[in-house]
Design a protein around this ligand. Structure first.
Ligand code: G3H
Ligand code: 13P
Ligand code: ZN
Length: 333
C-alpha cells in the first residue's frame, strides 16, 4: 500500500472546492507517454495551474500502469525543478470500470479514481460506485462517478446515442453513493468526431461543421438540485481546426473532425463544472506536429526531432486551455 500523500500528490477535494468558489475549472489531461507528461507539467508549472493527470484503460494497456504511476511521481519532482514550489498535481484513474481496478489504483498511489458505471442499470451503478467510495475514502482518495451516457467512444463502451443525465436522479445518486464529483452528459462526446455531419450546420464561408450547443438547461437543472456539488465534463476537446488542417494537408485524412467550441467550455468552467477532460486535442497537436516534420524533412529519422516539436505544440495547447479556456492559471501558486 502506497499513499499518494507520500508521493507529493493531492486529491481533488480542495481543488474542486476552490474551483467552484473561484469560477474556474481544473484541467484533466490524459497522458500515455513521456512527451505528453512533460508538456502537461511544463504548462502547469509555467502557469501555476492545479492539474489532474489522467490514466485511462487504453493508457494502462499501452504504457503499463506501474510505469505511468512512477512517471507521475517523477512529474512532481520535475514540477519543482521547473520552479513550481508547491505543485498541485492529482493522479486520477480515468474511466475505471471495475472495483478491482479502482482498488489497485488506490493501493498504488493514485489520489483520485473514477468509477464509470454509466452503462449499467441505475441501481447497479449506485452499488458499484458506493463500493468504490467506501474503499477509496478510507485512504482519503476522492471518487468521480458518472450518470448519463456520452455519445462516442468511452474506452471499450460504444454509446450510439447520448442520454443526457436526468436531473431528477442526481440527488439520490450523489447521496446514496457518497461520490465526490459527478460526470454528467449534456452533449459532449469523446474523440475527434463528436458529432455526425447531420447533427451540425455548416459555416457557409469555411465549409466547416458547426456543432449543436451543449444542453446548458440540463446543467442548470443539475446545479439547482445539487448546489455547490462538483460537476465533471468528459469529452471536452475542441478539435482545433488548425491542427485538423495541418493533418489533412500533410498526408492525413480527418474529414469533418469537430469538437466542443471553446466559448461553451469557458461558460461551463464558470459554473459548478470544476473538471474538464481533454485528451483528443493533445493527440491532434502531437499528430499535426509530427506529420509536418515528416513532410517538411523527409530525411529525419531521430524521434527527438519529431517528438520534440510535438511536445512543444502540446505545451502550447495545454497553456492555451489553462489560460484562455479553463481560467485555472495562477490558482496553485
Ligand atoms: O475517455 C477516453 C480517453 O480519451 C482515453 O482514451 O482509452 O484511448 O486512452 P483511450
Ligand atoms: P476528449 O476525447 O474530448 O478529449 O475527451 C477526453 C475524456 O473525456 C477523457 O476521459
Ligand atoms: Zn472520458
Amino acid at each position: 500500500m502506497v499513499s499518494y500523500k507520500e508521493l507529493g500528490l493531492v486529491n481533488t477535494r480542495e481543488m474542486f472546492a476552490k474551483a467552484i468558489n473561484g469560477g474556474y475549472a481544473i484541467p484533466a489531461f490524459n497522458f500515455n507517454n513521456m512527451e505528453q507528461l512533460q508538456a502537461i507539467i511544463k504548462a502547469s508549472a509555467e502557469t501555476k495551474s492545479p492539474v489532474i493527470l489522467q490514466v485511462s484503460k487504453g493508457a494502462r494497456n499501452y504504457a503499463n500502469q506501474t510505469l505511468l504511476r512512477y512517471m507521475a511521481q517523477g512529474a512532481v519532482e520535475y514540477a519543482k525543478e521547473l520552479g513550481w514550489e508547491h505543485p498541485q498535481i492529482c493522479l486520477h484513474l480515468d474511466h475505471g470500470d471495475t472495483f478491482e481496478v479502482c482498488k489497485s489504483c488506490v493501493d498504488f498511489g493514485f489520489s483520485s479514481v473514477m468509477i464509470d458505471g454509466s452503462s449499467l442499470p441505475y441501481e447497479d451503478n449506485i452499488a458499484l460506485t458506493k463500493k468504490v467510495v467506501e474503499y477509496a475514502h478510507q485512504y482519503d482518495v476522492t471518487v468521480e462517478a458518472e450518470l448519463g451516457v456520452l455519445a462516442g467512444v468511452e474506452d471499450d463502451v460504444q454509446a450510439e446515442e447520448s442520454h443526457y443525465t436526468k436531473p431528477e436522479e442526481v440527488i439520490d445518486f450523489a447521496t446514496r453513493t457518497g461520490c465526490d464529483s459527478l460526470a454528467i452528459s449534456i452533449g459532449t462526446s469523446h474523440g475527434a468526431y463528436k458529432f455526425k455531419p447531420e447533427q451540425c450546420t455548416r459555416d457557409p464561408q469555411t465549409g466547416k461543421l458547426v456543432p449543436p450547443p451543449l444542453a446548458f438547461d440540463v446543467l442548470d437543472a443539475i446545479m439547482e438540485k445539487l448546489p455547490g456539488f462538483p460537476i465533471v465534463l468528459h469529452g471536452s476537446s475542441s478539435v482545433p481546426q488548425e491542427y485538423v488542417d495541418i493533418i489533412n494537408t500533410h498526408g492525413g485524412k480527418m474529414p469533418d473532425a469537430v469538437g466542443i467550441p471553446e466559448e461553451q467550455l469557458r461558460k461551463a468552467a464558470k459554473s459548478a463544472v470544476c473538471k474538464i477532460n481533454i485528451d483528443s486535442d493533445s493527440r491532434l497537436a502531437f499528430t499535426a506536429a509530427v506529420r509536418k516534420v515528416f513532410v517538411d524533412k523527409p530525411g529525419e529519422f531521430d524521434p527527438r526531432k519529431y517528438c520534440g516539436p510535438a511536445r512543444d505544440e502540446m505545451t502550447k495547447l495545454y497553456k492555451h486551455k489553462i489560460i484562455e479556456v479553463l481560467g485555472s492559471a495562477g490558482k496553485a501558486e
